[in-house]
Design a protein around this ligand. Structure first.
Ligand code: MRU
Length: 377
């Protein structure tokens, strides 16, 4: 199956002919291969999240949600009583919650799915409620991303208005694109909406070592959608900013505190520092599902995932027709691989959410989400 060029696509869906199977794109194979993978059990879903067949905070949440639906199907075939089945689903939620620590959408998606279990009067109701909730989570994510796009495109339009017809140069890090969500993306959604509105843009795409989500996933997405872009090495952004080649940075986030600190892919903090030094606005695009209202201090309280050394010691790429991995670090050299960093709110110009753009501060978020602001941290 190939995605037609230029068409926006979903990243997770129920198999059209088999409602017991969820399908995803194996993002480890992009941009060289487009392969769809079947998830039949919650363990398949857990592996897909842990091994990063799917990644990006909103898509991790959506995959966890669908995985609990699969757990419910498994429970019905292995346990007779509703109590036992519910126990199985709750234990599956614990397994899924342990797959990746930083993206708070994982916890959010699981909690939302577990909440509907309270109304399940029998096995059939349990399965159908979980299926409906997973579908709703995905539909909502698409609508949220689209709204982020509309609000972010206003910012891009305002910059374009003062740019004498020159394209707005946007720098982005990692992949906060369609592939990181159910569709549209967070950081990329304003780019896609700007393109629809005829606002001229050009995107600097950080390659994003070690896994290269920028050069492999963001570049692939933007190319398919005809968005002008250039891939740069991770260390180039500061230099481009010093030379006036960046009008705005927009990144995604895996977890945002109630005070506006943002955790995102490692290297985001350095881009925010460079943007601050050069007077370049630094925006973070996020669905409200990525806000962790229970914490205020990102540096202290956001758990940072440490991943395996092979991501640093090896790179994969296309060699003729084959995807191969090669070692680039000497055998025996120790390696450390922190996957995320925290950018303090003071370095963030604004947060682009589905309800509008706000200051990266407790007051800014509270004004947009008053129903959550009263919760105890
Ligand atoms: O490790 P990943 O690829 O899951 O990290 C993804 C990111 O850091 C994204 O920028 C973030 O999840 C926002 S996605 C809309």
């Amino acid at each position: 199956m190939n995605i037609p060029a230029g068409e926006h696509f979903r990243t997770i869906w129920l198999h059209p002919d088999d409602p017991t199977t969820v399908q995803i794109i194996d993002q480890r194979r992009l941009p060289h291969r487009y392969e769809v993978v079947d998830l039949r059990t919650h363990a398949d879903g857990a592996i897909a999240i842990r091994d990063m067949l799917v990644r990006g905070a909103p898509l991790i949440g959506a995959t966890a949600a669908w995985s609990l639906y699969l757990a419910a199907l498994e429970a019905c075939s292995s346990a007779k009583s509703l109590d036992r089945q519910l126990e199985f689903v709750r234990s599956a939620a614990k397994t899924l919650a342990a797959t990746r620590p930083t993206a708070v959408n994982l916890r959010w998606g699981l909690e939302r799915m577990l909440a509907v279990l309270a109304d399940a009067s029998d096995s059939e109701a349990m399965v159908s409620k979980l299926r409906a909730e997973a579908e709703t989570i995905c539909d909502e994510d698409i609508a949220i991303s689209r709204s982020i796009g509309e609000h972010g495109a206003e910012l891009l339009g305002a910059i374009a208005a003062g740019n004498n017809g020159k394209p707005v140069n946007i720098l982005t890090h990692c992949n906060a694109g369609s592939l990181a969500t159910v569709n549209w993306g967070t950081a990329t959604a304003p780019m896609y909406v700007a393109q629809e509105r005829g606002i001229p843009i050009h995107v600097w795409v950080d390659e994003t070592r070690p896994r290269n989500q920028g050069s492999q996933l963001t570049a692939w997405e933007l190319a398919r959608s005809g968005v002008p872009h250039t891939v740069i090495v991770d260390n180039a952004g500061g230099h481009l900013m010093q030379h006036g080649r960046v009008d705005i940075c927009i990144t995604g986030t895996d977890r945002t505190t109630r005070s506006g600190d943002v955790a995102n892919k490692i290297g985001t903090y350095l881009k925010a520092l460079a943007a601050h030094d050069n007077g370049v606005p630094f925006y973070v695009a996020l669905p409200s599902t990525t806000i962790d209202w229970t914490i205020a201090d990102g540096l202290r309280d956001i758990p940072i995932e440490e991943r395996n050394a092979e991501e640093v010691t090896h790179v994969s790429g296309l060699d003729g027709d084959a995807i191969r991995e090669v070692r680039i670090v000497p055998e025996g050299s120790p390696v450390r691989n922190d996957a995320f960093d925290v950018t303090p709110a003071r370095l963030v110009t604004g947060l682009i959410t589905e309800r509008g753009v706000c200051d990266a501060s407790e007051a800014g978020l509270a004004a947009l989400f008053p129903e959550r602001a009263g919760e105890e941290p």
